[in-house]
Design a protein around this ligand. Structure first.
Ligand code: 6PG
Length: 237
């Protein structure tokens, strides 16, 4: 069964995703004593980060939460391209632990180093880092993370983080969590808004082989719960 939640506006989507995330992180803290939240770049998640800081900053013991990031652009950390900088400019007031990718180096080294950083996280029953909440953005081409359709980034791998070159969406050099990393995701929330996403969503929900559909299906093979948060303009008819 597909869990597709449709909201009239992007603001309502943002608020609902914020509330669900707080509830899921709290449940993970109750169950495990700590929680990990994998953040996503893009404008749809950004509205939700704002809602969390404005309305939910007192709702959790944030020191028990670790922030990680699903993908990042290679370059200086102060660059306007840096996803973490844009996200953390909003989330800064929350006193969570932070696993920030160090991308001021080659993509190869950055990917290796981030994979190493992820080993500090608690593991699930198959020995992978447990991501209690993983947010995924969606591009209108069906990409998620920095995994692009018909691109080398989708090649099977044992790694959890890979270097990505020749990204069809600039900048060209990136690092990305892989499809394999999705096996550690307990709750995947896909956040997408805008009419330009509608076709990608419709086709992914029908289980095409786009990166977002593959990510959702891999998470579900290990009992991950996948929920789509979409606004009315992005909702498939
Ligand atoms: C990137 C972006 C990108 C983004 C999607 C959706 O690294 O290039 O983060 O992958 O997540 O394009 O973005 P919107 O939510 O802004 O539509």
């Amino acid at each position: 069964m597909k869990n597709i939640l449709v909201f009239e506006t992007k603001e309502q989507l943002a608020e609902a995703a914020a509330q669900a995330t707080i509830d899921l992180l709290r449940a993970a803290i109750d169950a495990y004593g700590s929680a990990t939240w994998v953040l996503a770049g893009g404008s749809t998640p950004l509205a939700s980060y704002k809602s969390i800081v404005e309305k939910h900053s007192q709702s959790l013991d944030w020191q028990k939460v670790t922030f990680a990031l699903g993908d990042e652009r290679i370059g200086e950390h102060t660059s306007p391209d840096n996803n973490w900088a844009a996200i953390d400019a909003v989330l800064a007031p929350l006193p969570a632990q932070r696993l920030r990718p160090n991308v001021d180096q080659t993509a190869e080294n950055a990917a290796k180093e981030y994979e190493q950083q992820l080993t500090s996280l608690a593991k699930n029953d198959i020995g992978l880092p447990r991501f209690d909440v993983m947010w995924l953005g969606l591009g209108d081409d069906g990409h998620t993370l920095s995994l692009f359709p018909h691109h080398e980034s989708l090649s099977p791998t044992a790694q959890l983080v890979i270097p990505v070159h020749d990204s069809p969406k600039p900048p060209r050099d990136r690092i990305s969590m892989t499809l394999r990393a999705l096996l550690g995701a307990e709750n995947v929330m896909i956040l997408a808004s805008g009419a330009e996403k509608r076709d990608a969503i419709k086709s992914a929900i029908a289980a095409d082989n786009s990166p977002i559909a593959l990510a959702a299906s891999i998470a579900q093979t290990h009992d991950g719960v996948v929920s789509w948060y979409v606004d009315a303009s992005a909702a498939p008819n």
